[in-house]
Design a protein around this ligand. Structure first.
Ligand code: PRP
Ligand code: URA
Length: 208
C-alpha cells in the first residue's frame, strides 16, 4: 500500500518550525498536535458512517455519523503521546491504548516495557501514533503485538518518515496504511532521520 503524505504548504511551513533546532518545547508540542489533527482527518477519509435520525430546530433529518467507539489510538511511548491531543480533538470518544518501547541505541532493536490496551481491542480500528518512523523497528514491533491480540484494521500515523522505515513497514505489514507529513532523505549512521528534527522524545519532554 502506497504511503499517504500530507501535501500542503501550511504543513511544510509547520514542519520548518519543527525542524528548526531553536524552536522551544511549547511550540514544538503545539505543532505536533496540529499536524496530528490533520493526519487524523486524512486517515479517516474512508471512515464508514452510520445512518442516524436527528432533529434540527426545524425538522427530523436523516444524516450519518461516526461510531467513535469503534476506534482506538495507540501512541508509542514516549514520543507518540504528543500526537494524542491533536487526534482526540476530532475523535474525542475513541479509546486509548499504550505501548512502551525504547530503541536500544546499540542494537537499534525496540525493547517493550509497557502494554495496556482497551477492552475488545480486536474489534476496533487502531491508529498507531509515533512522530518518527526511522528504521521502522518500533512501529513493526507494535503492529506485531497488536496483530497477536487479533487486531485486524491498523493505520500508522507519523510526522516524519525515513524511506528505510517505510520500506521495512511495507515489507512486514503491507496491509497497514502509513500516513505522514513528510518523507525525508535517509537515516544517518545512528539511525536518526536526516534532515529530520532530532530526537522527538527529548524535544517534546525537554529531556536533553
Ligand atoms: C523514537 C521514536 C520512535 C522510534 C523510531 O523513540 O519516537 O518510537 O525512536 O525509531 P525506529 O523507527 O528506528 O524504531 P525512542 O526509542 O527514542 O524513545 P522515546 O519515544 O522514549 O524518546
Ligand atoms: N527517533 C527520533 O526521535 N528521531 C529520529 O530521527 C529517529 C528516531
Amino acid at each position: 500500500m502506497k504511503e499517504i503524505i500530507l501535501n500542503h504548504p501550511l504543513v511544510t511551513h509547520k514542519l520548518s518550525i519543527l525542524r528548526n533546532k531553536n524552536t522551544g518545547t511549547k511550540e514544538f508540542r503545539e505543532i505536533i498536535s496540529e499536524i496530528s489533527t490533520l493526519l487524523c482527518y486524512e486517515a479517516t477519509k474512508d471512515a464508514v458512517l452510520e445512518k442516524t435520525i436527528i432533529e434540527t430546530p426545524l425538522e427530523k433529518y436523516e444524516t450519518e455519523s461516526l461510531n467513535e467507539d469503534k476506534y482506538a489510538f495507540v501512541p508509542i511511548l514516549r514520543a507518540g503521546m504528543s500526537m494524542v491531543d491533536g487526534i482526540i480533538k476530532v475523535i474525542p470518544n475513541a479509546k486509548i491504548g499504550h505501548i512502551g518501547l525504547y530503541r536500544n541505541e546499540e542494537t537499534l532493536e525496540p525493547v517493550e516495557y509497557y502494554y495496556k490496551m482497551p477492552d475488545k481491542i480486536e474489534n476496533r480500528e487502531v491508529f498507531v501514533l509515533d512522530p518518527m518512523l526511522a528504521t521502522g523497528g518500533s512501529a513493526i514491533a507494535t503492529i506485531n503485538r497488536l496483530k497477536k491480540d487479533g487486531v485486524k484494521k491498523i493505520k500508522f500515523l507519523c510526522i516524519i518518515a525515513a524511506p528505510e522505515g517505510i520500506k521495512a513497514m511495507q515489507e512486514k505489514h503491507p496491509d497497514v496504511q502509513i500516513y505522514c507529513a513528510a518523507i525525508d532523505e535517509k537515516l544517518n549512521e545512528h539511525a536518526y532521520i536526516i534532515p529530520g528534527l532530532g530526537d522527538a522524545g527529548d524535544r517534546i519532554f525537554g529531556t536533553k
